[in-house]
Design a protein around this ligand. Structure first.
Ligand SMILES: [Zn+2]
Ligand SMILES: [Zn+2]
Ligand SMILES: [Zn+2]
Length: 493
């Protein structure tokens, strides 16, 4: 069994940690990282953490640790509870021995991870963080009432690329008090974490587990600190009053009852009729509010959601409804961690000729049978694989990437005949079955598809690469399952 190191970041003179386990002390995360340390457990100890400045110190150590490839997924503990920080660490303990079983299980799963792949892939770091915490780990949203984003995933925010950059730029000692407070709110990263989680979900790396809450956000700036105000439906003023209104039957005048009061009786200020009997002389109309700004009278004020951030007033029914979920790692996400590569899902083919992979294999086997009987019935298969999609998407951004892919998909689809059958065996691997097509002819098509590589004008370091090869199932073999053939062919792509 591997013996794991326990590192303690000792930030002050008041450690509470005691244990017989062997631990190595460092004055800061920076100095620990300089030693190119082996994987291990980290404990931050030494300060009480009830002052904001103390919490900030711990926070930036945490940002630095999580921002490193070495400790981005490591088990990290703090020795005392520190409010908002508690949810960003694996736990609070004054005795690391109590936490060793879970910490070691994190490190053991971490040993299966391709660490070199984590150096500049921050999305993969997030998946790895989830992966090493076990199959039952849930990425749960945290309600942050003081943040205008309301819910986010702060432990994920620590893993963002920008978090580590912010840590380098904003060391606590360089900040004045006001800046410290602001930086502690970590707002940009909190918002980026929401985007990162949405990206991982959209691409199938994480799956929704449970609906945790539903909140409403300003449609303009997407923040959630809203004040519901009631306003005059005529002029929008908030300055109106609820009043008992009177309605004179003689002339139809409507006004607050105070306007009608004259010594002991009610007299219409407009037509001077004395109003004696409710129901025959006057009544109380439904309009019971009067605006002090424009004077209009109305039954119910209008309710608007006033965004405290951008001050846009929105009809409550027009607010953006956001469901907040907890997530677990998907099969695809787990595979990405184990292989160290993230693949983008491509919807290359659709329509009725696009089959599930299993059916596609059945048809291949049926065609092989058919060909045995009618030897002039040639058929061939083209395998198609995209590479570097993830890298290009990350470096060019979603919009440009989508444009390129749309064009590419359009061109490839237009080369496929209506009698060809298609399928997909992986997020980036596709198959076209060409009936009545000899290998030489499908090779020509494969070459034409590969020519598309020359058409792509991509400015990023890595280029999208399409590989297309034509294959044939040998006539003499009728035993090997088609799936096995396709697996062999895929190796050549
Ligand atoms: Zn009147
Ligand atoms: Zn008004
Ligand atoms: Zn707003």
């Amino acid at each position: 069994m591997t013996v794991y190191k326990i590192y303690r970041i000792l930030l002050g003179e008041e450690p509470v940690h005691y244990s017989d386990e062997k631990i190595t002390d460092f004055p800061s995360a920076g100095e620990l990282l300089e030693k190119k340390p082996k994987p291990g457990i980290v404990l931050i100890d030494g300060i009480k953490g009830n002052k904001t400045s103390d919490m900030l110190k711990v926070f930036w150590e945490l940002v630095e640790l999580r921002g490193s490839a070495e400790f981005c997924f490591a088990p990290i503990y703090i020795s005392r509870t520190m409010k908002q920080l508690d949810i960003m660490v694996d736990g609070i303990t004054a005795n690391i021995e109590e936490r060793l079983p879970e910490a070691i299980s994190i490190l053991e799963r971490g040993a299966r991870v391709r660490r070199d792949a984590l150096i500049d892939n921050y999305n993969l770091r997030m998946l790895t963080y989830m992966y090493v915490r076990g199959d039952s780990y849930l990425l749960s949203p945290v309600c942050a009432p003081f943040s205008q984003w309301v819910y986010s995933y702060p432990h994920i925010a620590l893993l963002l690329d920008s978090a580590s950059k912010a840590a380098q730029m904003l060391r606590p000692e360089d900040l004045s008090g006001q800046d410290r407070l602001r930086s502690f709110r970590f707002d940009t990263e909190i918002m980026m974490a929401l985007k990162a989680v949405a990206y991982l979900e959209d691409n199938g790396y994480i799956e929704r587990y449970a609906l945790v809450d539903r909140i409403r956000k300003c449609p303009k700036c997407r923040t959630g600190h809203l004040n519901y105000v009631d306003i005059c439906p005529n002029c929008g003023s908030i300055d109106f009053e609820k009043k008992v209104m009177m309605h004179c039957f003689t002339c139809g005048y409507v006004a607050p009852d105070s306007d009608f009061r004259k010594s002991m009786s009610f007299v219409c200020p407009k037509c001077n009729t004395v109003l004696r009997h409710l129901g025959s002389d006057y009544d109380h109309p439904l309009e019971s509010h009067e605006c002090n700004n424009c004077g209009s009278k109305f039954i119910e004020p209008e309710v608007k959601a006033d965004c405290l951030f951008c001050r846009t007033r929105t009809d409550p029914s027009d607010l953006t409804v956001v469901n907040v979920y907890s997530y677990k790692l998907s099969e695809k996400g787990s595979a990405a961690v184990r292989t160290g590569t993230m693949q983008m899902e491509v919807q290359l083919f659709d329509g009725q000729n696009n089959l599930k992979f299993g059916y596609f294999c059945n048809i291949l086997e049926w065609m092989r049978e058919y060909r045995k009987r009618y030897s002039d019935e040639a058929f061939s298969v083209i395998g198609l694989k995209f590479s570097n999609l993830y890298e290009v998407e990350t470096s060019l951004g979603e919009d440009i990437y989508n444009k390129i892919m749309d064009e590419l998909i359009f061109r490839i689809r237009s080369m496929v005949r209506s009698t060809d059958i298609t399928t997909s065996s992986a997020p980036d691997t596709f198959w076209i079955l060409l009936p009545r097509t000899a290998l030489e002819n499908s090779r020509i098509l494969a070459e034409r598809i590969e020519k598309l590589n020359d058409m792509l004008e991509i400015t990023s370091e890595k280029k999208i690469e399409i590989r297309a090869r034509s294959f044939q199932i040998p006539a003499e073999d009728d035993q090997t399952p088609a799936e096995q053939y396709l697996a062999m062919f895929a190796e050549e792509l």
